[in-house]
Design a protein around this ligand. Structure first.
Ligand code: SF4
Length: 156
């Protein structure tokens, strides 16, 4: 009996692998332990969706685990992406002012974004980067980070 090549055909094995970002979930990158600092460190290497490719860095939440309030924005902006901190620049100053007027010390707030990498469009290199809203799929992919930041997650 002839088999394989002798019979006029050959088997081919696919070597194509799925990149982590193609799975659209941050879950494999989220550590079970380590508190907020462990989460922040792990999030720096997240490849849970394609947004990490063009952004400068992960912008994780900032503030104390014992904060009185938690504020969640949509995604980092241009300045946040460059500085690596949420709510910096004019938006951050406005937020601090609003918190102070509400009787909350800005130092008592934990601030973060639902999506941790900056999404933008840019007509050409060196041109201004324009904010682009994340898709529902990207927001869902990043959801495990936000869930882990919540005090009720038991991780921080
Ligand atoms: S946006 Fe969120 S899920 Fe996507 S790579 Fe960044 S941290 Fe990971």
């Amino acid at each position: 009996m002839l088999a394989g090549r002798e019979a006029g055909y050959s088997a081919s094995v696919s070597t194509r692998t799925t990149a982590p970002e193609d799975r659209y979930t941050a879950q494999p990158f989220v550590p079970e332990r380590g508190g907020l600092s462990g989460l922040r460190e792990a999030a720096a290497g997240c490849r849970g969706c394609p947004l990490h490719r063009d952004a400068t860095q992960t912008v994780f939440g900032a503030g104390s685990a014992d904060a009185r309030v938690m504020l969640v924005g949509e995604q980092p902006g241009d300045q946040e992406d460059r500085q690596g901190r949420p709510f910096v620049g004019p938006a951050g100053r406005l937020l601090d002012k609003a918190l102070t007027e509400a009787g909350i010390d800005p130092g008592d707030a934990y601030v973060t974004n639902a999506v941790k990498h900056y999404k933008f469009t840019q007509a050409e290199p060196r041109k201004r980067r324009i904010h682009k809203a994340p898709t529902l799929r990207e927001a869902a992919a990043c959801g495990p980070w936000l869930a882990a930041e919540l005090p009720s997650s038991g991780r921080n």
